[in-house]
Design a protein around this ligand. Structure first.
Ligand SMILES: *Cc1c(COP(=O)(O)O)cnc(C)c1O
Ligand code: SF4
Length: 430
């Protein structure tokens, strides 16, 4: 972990010392970085970014804000405020205004918060019957600030949109009262930014008999490929591995859910070492990633990524459609193109990697997979199905939408001729 350093917006000039950034790029970091917060570290800079290929290198684009990630009018507004040395409060107000137009809380993220014994469980989401999401307050930062991230308002401290859970007791009481819940997903941000001791305090109580219905504990993280030392070289890494072993020894599954956007993230000895350490505890590693223009919008990249994951013992899990938030217009891929990329990649891997599902839209009614494109009564149509539904009865039922080559999200889709609603919208009125 020699020379490991973290960088944020305010010391980006240090990066200019280790990385050759043009004045234009520095300006973009400064301007866009006000709205979509910027953070990176020396591991990413030294091991993942190909500096001979900037600004088009995928890892550079994932990490560094680029001018095109904001609308030109928003960009110019912030730039002119900075140029004229406007006051902090003037800049803050303009930033806040722009953020609010970027849909910081897509797909009803702030909903599905349970109410238990008359108390609202802020920091918990229970949308799908089997799985409860928990956002520990100490996990509301991240090892990466992905330029496409839909959770950025949490990092950007838009306080009224943050959800976190201060009173863990309530969470335990709630889980005890929910015998149908089998999975607890600890997420963020990134829960692995918190010290191991804190994570132990959250997880250990769940390993007792009264939580025997909780069969799987999942931890969502980006650390595996952005800060692999978290599992091997930090002062509490070994304690973290012990915690993983204890969960497994309790007879439960421990799934480390990692986000990996590009095969290069799996190319370093540090990442390989971290993967081996995790798997040696008996935990599983499952991977998910959105499909992103400028990063991985090419079937050969997904084929390479899934094959590499299988070689390393990682289970491919989800391909997502990028959400309608932040810098989406820069990263979005039309649904038709996404379905074709998925199919081309899926058809060139063996059954071992075909544990993956997608492309999937995590939308208000549920996770909807674009199965493909077909013809219905002589007209092209999308075939879709729920992988997860707010109503469990919706799962697995195929349905259609009018073909639209430009559609990038569920909102753009319409039912076929002669139907005015999708079946799940009708159910909602019952
Ligand atoms: C994706 C997701 C889950 C987990 O779903 P799985 O298909 O079991 O991985 C749970 N809750 C919400 C709100 C989700 O978006
Ligand atoms: S790793 Fe996930 S939570 Fe963290 S910034 Fe990236 S997309 Fe957001």
């Amino acid at each position: 972990m020699d020379n490991f350093k973290a960088y944020n917006l305010y010391n980006y000039k240090n990066i200019a010392e280790v990385a050759s950034l043009s004045n234009e790029m520095i300006e973009a970091i400064e301007v866009v970085g006000r709205v979509l917060p910027f953070k990176t570290n020396s591991y990413v800079i030294e091991n993942l970014i190909d500096w001979s290929n900037i600004p088009n290198d995928p890892m550079f684009t994932l990490t560094f804000p680029r001018k095109e990630m904001l609308a030109a009018s928003d960009y110019n507004k912030i730039k002119s405020l900075l140029d004229s040395q406007a006051s902090k409060s003037e800049i803050d107000n303009a930033v806040k205004e722009i953020r609010l137009t970027l849909n910081p809380n897509p797909a009803g993220q702030a909903y599905n918060i349970p109410i238990f014994n008359g108390q609202k469980l802020d920091g918990v989401q229970h949308k799908y019957r089997e799985t409860v999401l928990f956002f520990p307050p100490q996990g509301q930062g991240c090892h990466a600030y992905c330029t496409f991230c839909f959770r950025w308002p949490q990092f950007a401290k838009l306080d009224d949109l943050r959800f976190e859970m201060k009173r863990t007791e309530l969470l335990y009481d709630y889980l005890e009262s929910q015998p149908l819940v089998t999975d607890l997903l600890i997420t963020g941000g990134d829960p692995l930014i918190m010290p191991t001791k804190q994570l132990i305090a959250y997880i250990e109580p769940l390993l007792t008999d009264k939580f025997n219905h909780i069969r799987t504990i999942r931890i969502g993280t980006r650390a595996l490929t952005y800060h692999p030392y978290r599992f091997t070289d930090e002062k509490d890494s070994e304690e973290l591995m012990q915690l993983f072993r204890r969960v497994v020894e309790s007879g439960r599954n421990l799934a480390i859910q990692v986000q990996i956007n590009h095969p290069v993230e799996l190319s370093t000895p540090q990442a390989e070492r971290a993967i081996k350490a995790i798997l040696a505890t008996g935990a599983q590693i499952r991977s998910q990633s959105p499909l992103l223009n400028h990063i991985n919008a090419d079937a050969t990249i997904w084929t390479a990524m899934w094959r590499r994951q299988a070689d390393l013992g990682i289970i491919p899990y989800y391909m997502f459609v990028v959400r309608d938030t932040g810098s989406k217009s820069f990263f979005e891929v039309p649904l038709e193109k996404g379905a074709n990329i998925y199919r081309d990649a899926y058809s060139s891997i063996s059954g071992i990697c075909r544990t993956v599902r997608g492309p999937s839209m995590s939308s208000d009614p549920g996770k909807i997979e674009i199965v493909g494109i077909t013809e219905v009564a002589g007209k092209k149509a999308f075939v879709l199905r729920f992988l997860q539904g707010r109503n469990p009865d919706w799962v697995g039922r195929p349905f259609f939408a009018k073909y639209d080559p430009k559609a990038t999200w569920l909102d753009d889709l319409r039912p076929l001729e002669g139907e005015d609603k999708f079946f799940f919208e009708q159910d909602d009125e019952l």
